[in-house]
Design a binder for this molecule. Sequence first.
Ligand code: HEC
Length: 105
Amino acid sequence: MKYIVMLLGCLSVSVASTNALAQPAAPSALQVRSWAAGCANCHGTNGVAQAGHVSLAGQNADLMLKNLLDFKEGRRPATLMHQLAKGYSDAELKAIATYFAAQKN
Ligand code: HEC
């Protein structure tokens, strides 16, 4: 009996984790900020770049997402961004673009 209870416990845990994989939660604000921090070396802290680099802060979110997807799909030629953009899902790129659009330039 004890064994069956333990077995049922294991089964419900695996069902719960399968559901979590099927429907990923929206990324947390902290998660999005840490993705955006990966862009800071070239695009500046919070997207405000030094002279000679493109600032992302305050850009239109839809346009930024389009640019990122164009890099990812190879529609826009690039030296770097075509590779970087491939590291993120479309939903992650949207979250990052929304984050930078909300930053003050
Ligand atoms: C190693 C430097 C580097 C990093 C890191 C980097 N970028 Fe870029 N980014 C560039 C360069 C260089 C360009 C110009 C296109 C090219 O040659 O790749 C660019 C262009 C862009 C553009 C197009 C801007 C415009 O208005 O035309 C966007 C949007 C962008 N980057 C977003 C990001 C995001 C979001 C991240 C982080 C996930 C990021 N970049 C990380 C170097 C970088």
